[in-house]
Every structure is written in structure tokens, then in C-alpha cells.
Design a protein around this ligand. Sequence first.
Ligand code: ADP
Length: 165
Amino acid sequence: MKVKRVIYPGTFDPITNGHLDILNRALALFKKVEVVIGQNPHKSPLFSLDERKALIEKSVNFNRYVKVVTYRGLLVDYIKKGEKAIFIRGLRVVSDFEYELQMAIMNRKLNPNVETVFLMPNEQYIFLSSSMVRDIVKFKGDIGRFIPGVVQQALLDKYRSGNLG
Ligand code: ADP
């Protein structure tokens, strides 16, 4: 294996069953995956980086092949010089494609040792996103089948404390 590190980057605000589906597919291909929670400049998050980290760790039952880290810098700088890495990204619908393509090309320009690999989730998650989950909770909809139990609880806690944005 030439690739040293396999990284699944994202905002994960919060993690959904769609993210977990992609993560499990990545784990079927690679021994270890690092989930890197970053700051997307276009999004103002509901959960703090540390809250998101804890939710992911609990959602994967502290699987020792999944390392969860938070990172505030440019993602390509997370990789050490000369280290070969794969970025895993999920592709749901065609509308994801343009943004993902731009990012993959830009990341490769910034660091030629980074290759992006796209995985497609089970079709039941094609229309699922963190923002949709946040909206459904706001309007008291039932989201149980789209997110892990710990995430549902955390969202309800935010809702009850009036911190749902
Ligand atoms: P970002 O802000 O980096 O897009 P997200 O947390 O929204 O962060 O998504 C991280 C990655 O997971 C992206 O590649 C996204 O396409 C993918 N993803 C998000 N939701 C799903 C889903 N329901 N099924 C498959 N992939 C998903």
C-alpha cells in the first residue's frame, strides 16, 4: 500500500447515517480512516468542533480504526510533506459534483500527494444532509432513522435549551 493516510474530511454538523455509510465503505477498503472535522467558511455550525468530535466518536462506538480529529487550518496542510494521502468524499446527487470536483482539483494543485476518492452512499441516504436534519428537528419532525441515537439526543438537548439556531 503506497498511501499512508486515509482521511474523511467534512463539517459533520452533525454526523448523519449518510456520513456513517460512507465511513463504513471507506473502512471496507482501508484499514484505518481519520475523520477530520474542519471549519467550512460558508457555514456557521450548530455544534462546536469538540461537540462534533464527541458525537462522531460515540457514533462509531470508539472504533479503534477510526481516529477523529478537529482541524482549523487548510486541509492539505494537515498532511505532512511528502506523505501520500487519500481524501474520501461522498457523492450523493449531481449537484454535489461541481463543488466536489472543484475542491478535488484545487486540493491536488495545492498538494499533489493528495488524491480524492468518491464513494456513493446507499440510495436511502442520497437526499440526506446535516442541514436537512437540523431543519427537521427545528420543526419537531421525526429524524430517528437518519441519525445515530446520540446525535438525536444532542439535537433534542439543543432544541430544549433554545440553542437550535
Ligand atoms: P462539507 O462542508 O465538507 O461538505 P459535510 O459534513 O456536509 O461537510 O459532508 C462531508 C462529506 O460527506 C461530503 O463529501 C458530503 O458529500 C458527504 N456527505 C454528506 N452527507 C452525506 C450523505 N447523506 N450520504 C453520503 N455522503 C454524504
